[in-house]
Design a protein around this ligand. Structure first.
Ligand code: 5GP
Length: 106
């Protein structure tokens, strides 16, 4: 079953897209926990970090390089936090893997 992020990727529901490539979309979080709070989402449907396989190595590195690029684009380079919530027990609400990028200060 498609997650809300797949619906966003497929433009079935709107979002504030700040960056997009063939493999990744970056959107502003709907309930930001910092002045800058975006989500780096692979278009491939992977449920959580534990479901990444070796075949996803380049996708994972692309997520990190995208974080660097987006941090620069949004003016928070040098002071930001990256966070994966892994499984519901640690607060993962959306079952489609995503990397939070938050500015360090509000
Ligand atoms: P998680 O808790 O799964 O690590 O993070 C999911 C994030 O997605 C939350 O910070 C939540 O605010 C955000 N979110 C949930 N639904 C939507 C949505 O429809 N649009 C956007 N832009 N963000 C969403």
């Amino acid at each position: 079953m498609s997650s809300i992020f797949t619906k966003i990727i497929e433009r079935e529901i709107p979002s504030d897209i700040v960056h997009e490539t063939e493999n990744i979309i970056v959107i502003r979080d709907i309930a930001p926990k910092a002045k800058t709070h975006v989500l780096i989402i692979p278009k491939k449907e992977v449920r959580t970090v534990d479901d990444f396989g070796k075949e996803d190595a380049s996708l994972i590195s692309e997520m990190i390089f995208t974080a660097q690029e987006v941090a620069t684009k949004l003016g928070v380079s040098g002071a930001y936090q990256l966070q994966f919530n892994v499984w519901e027990k640690w607060g993962q609400e959306v079952p489609h893997v995503h990397l939070h990028l938050l500015s360090q200060y509000n």
